[in-house]
Design a protein around this ligand. Structure first.
Ligand SMILES: [Zn+2]
Length: 282
């Protein structure tokens, strides 16, 4: 943006990472941020957040180790984020699996009746898949490990720092002038986008969401369909005869079509989550 006097000030570039208390997007319990300037991380912050609903899922606690007692006396989202929101609204947000962190941001703003600004973001997971592809995948820990970035995984500030360093490493690797230039050269849009917040969905884990469906077969047998993360992308496996031969069976087809007629496990929200994941996975 141009400031009076013709001095050109670039927008802030901020890596963002949220941890959540449960499967709801508006259950942030910690935030980490890392600011980039002149090709380096120049500032790091972290803040514990008290979710409005103090409900923690065991799976989420297992990931980040944050307990209800840790956040009981911490500020809620509006106060916890007050100092950071201006930079996030004006700047370019980096996040590893950006739909998750941007989803938490938007859902939390919506829950507290706050205005949701147009946000500019760049997903370092997508970035890493293009710049540092690897059959082992491009999860935060894996990419950081391959690049020699040392950090404590699943601590919000450390995750934000690693995300920032991945973007910087990709920029250096491609010889780009800066992160926005790299993003443009790879065809990623970093224009601010106004998006309605996601509705809550079941996605406690980021790399391989543990989605499981019990399906009734034609003759009444029960089959299990599970979502798996493979190098080629997300894939559904079924325990039926066709599924065991890696054929696309009617149970998988039904779930992909959102048909819950034969769903025995009753997790309809997971079927909705599945269709979004598959759409996002291409
Ligand atoms: Zn099947």
């Amino acid at each position: 943006m141009d400031r009076p006097g013709g001095h050109r000030v670039s927008r802030p570039i901020v890596a963002l990472d949220f941890e959540t208390a449960n499967e709801r997007r508006d259950s942030a319990c910690a935030v980490g941020l890392a600011w980039i300037e002149g090709g380096a991380v120049v500032r790091r912050e972290s803040q514990l957040i008290r979710p409005r609903d103090l409900r923690f899922s065991p799976g989420n606690i297992r990931v980040h180790g944050i307990l209800p007692a840790d956040v009981r006396n911490q500020p809620e989202f509006p106060e916890a984020m007050a100092a950071f929101l201006p930079d996030l609204a004006e700047g370019l947000i980096l996040a590893h699996n950006a739909p998750f962190d941007l989803g938490v941001l938007r859902a939390s703003l919506a829950t507290y009746g706050m205005r949701i600004p147009a946000l500019a973001s760049l997903c370092t997971l997508q970035l890493a898949r293009q710049v540092f592809p690897d059959p082992a995948g491009c999860g935060l820990g894996k990419v950081a490990g391959r690049l020699g970035i040392r950090f404590e995984h699943h601590d919000a500030e450390e995750d934000a720092y690693a995300c920032a360093e991945i973007a910087l490493a990709a920029t250096r690797h491609r010889g780009a002038a800066d992160i926005p230039t790299l993003a443009r050269s790879l065809g990623f849009s970093t224009a601010p986008r106004l998006v309605e917040p996601d509705r809550p969905m079941t996605q406690p884990r980021r790399e391989a969401p543990a989605l499981r469906f019990g399906m009734r077969g034609r003759t009444g047998n029960r089959y299990e369909v599970t979502l798996e993360k493979r190098p080629a992308g997300l894939s559904l496996r079924c325990t039926c005869a066709a599924g065991r031969y890696a054929l696309r069976c009617r149970h998988v087809t039904a779930l992909c079509d959102g048909d819950v007629t034969d769903l025995l496990t009753g997790n309809h929200a997971d079927v909705v989550a599945l269709s979004r994941l598959l759409a996002a996975d291409g």
